[in-house]
Structure formats: C-alpha cells, structure tokens
Design a binder for this molecule. Structure first.
Ligand code: AR6
Length: 189
C-alpha cells in the first residue's frame, strides 16, 4: 500500500507530437482516431483509408454502434489495421452543427477519455472536420491543440498523443498554432 497521499499517477505529462502521414499507416500507435460519419460507414478521406486498411470486419463491428452525434466518440477493435483500437469521432459540419468549436473540442476530449478507459498508451488523431466537413484548418488546429494540451497533464495511461496530418503544409500549420497557444509550456515531440 502506498502511504496516504502518495502520487500514484505518472511522474511526467504525456508527450504531444505532430507528424505528417497516413492515419491508416501508424504501426507505432496503439489506437488511431477515425474522422467518421454518423453511420460509422466507410466513406472518403480518413474514414475511407481506415476502413480500407481494416477490412470489412470494422464496419460489421461499427454498425450496431451507429448512429453517433457530433462530438461523440465510440471505440472498436483495429481489425487488420496495425493498431489495437480505432476511436471513431463525428466532427461538426462547419456552418451547420453548432456550436462548432465546442463540438470539435468534445471530439478530442471524448476520444482521450475513451482511450484512457481502455488503458491506451499511444493515440493518433487526424484533423477531424477539416476535409469534407469544411472546418478551416487553422481554426480547427487551434481548437484541437488547445483541447489536447489542456488534458495532457491529467492523462494517466496515455504517454503519447500524435496529430497525424496529411500534408506538410498542415503539419507546419499545426506546429505554428501549437507554438502560439496561450496554454503555457507543455512537452512536445
Ligand atoms: N491520413 C491522415 N489525414 C487524412 C487522410 C489520411 N489517410 N485522408 C485525409 N486526411 P475527412 P471530415 C485529412 O474528409 O472533414 C468522410 O467521408 C484531410 O486532408 O476525412 O471530418 C466521412 O465518411 C483532412 O485535413 O474528414 C464523413 O462523411 C482531414 O484528414 C466525412 O468524410 C479530415 O478529412 C468526415 O469529414
């Protein structure tokens, strides 16, 4: 038994990393996040890449969990992906689902909560809502990086949270937005 009041959580905060790549090809991450549709069906963009790589078993597991609401997150196995879990988030359609910043931020915090409930140690996010759903990348990056940075010190099982951006431009933009955040110093990858 640890003495009463002893710290039982990790001594250091989780690391935040920004990388460029395909969210469906991240073998070093225990879980990846899908920018899903409400039906949790295969679609274009991130959802298309994830379902293609995972195989039909993923949609079979997803079907009974649908529909989901904007801001909500649900978890499944990774099937043929190199990851143990997929966390499916429905981002807001920009200009339609309001309040968009709160709903987008909720995707990130709900995904972090689900990951921790499953004792996940490393998690990768795409830039949710910034493709077909039309959220401007700079605004979405500020919401996403603020939501994750604020949570980092309180994470217990997660040791690495990655943003996996499709283009070099998007990676650089996220790095610039992270550097400008008023949330104070935090560990970065
Ligand atoms: N890896 C990482 N990022 C990617 C990848 C990839 N393989 N492919 C695209 N991106 P989107 P949304 C970037 O449209 O806006 C789907 O059809 C992309 O450049 O996938 O949340 C679903 O079924 C963009 O910056 O997600 C939904 O109907 C970002 O990922 C709808 O689109 C998100 O683009 C969801 O739209």
């Amino acid at each position: 038994m640890p003495p009463s009041g002893a710290a039982t959580g990790p001594a250091t905060a989780a690391r935040l990393e920004i990388r460029q790549g395909d969210i469906a090809s991240q073998p070093d991450l225990e879980a990846v996040v899908n920018a899903a549709n409400s039906a949790l069906a295969p679609g274009g963009g991130v959802a298309g890449a994830i379902h293609r790589a995972a195989g039909p078993g993923l949609y079979a597991e997803c079907r009974p969990l649908a529909p989901i609401r904007p801001g909500q997150a649900v978890i499944t196995g990774g099937h043929r992906l190199p990851n143990r879990f997929v966390i499916h988030c429905l981002g807001p359609v920009f200009g339609v689902d309001e309040p968009s910043a709160e709903l987008l931020g909720a995707c990130y915090t709900n995904a972090l909560d689900l990951a921790e409930q499953h004792a996940v140690r490393s998690l990768g996010f795409p830039a949710i809502s910034t493709g077909i759903f039309g959220y401007p990348m700079d605004q979405a990056a500020a919401v996403a990086l603020t939501a994750v940075s604020r949570r980092l010190p309180r994470l217990r099982t997660l040791r690495l949270v990655c943003f996996v951006l499709w283009s070099e431009f998007d990676r650089r933009l996220h790095e610039a937005v992270l550097a400008s955040l008023p949330t104070g110093p935090c560990p970065r990858g």
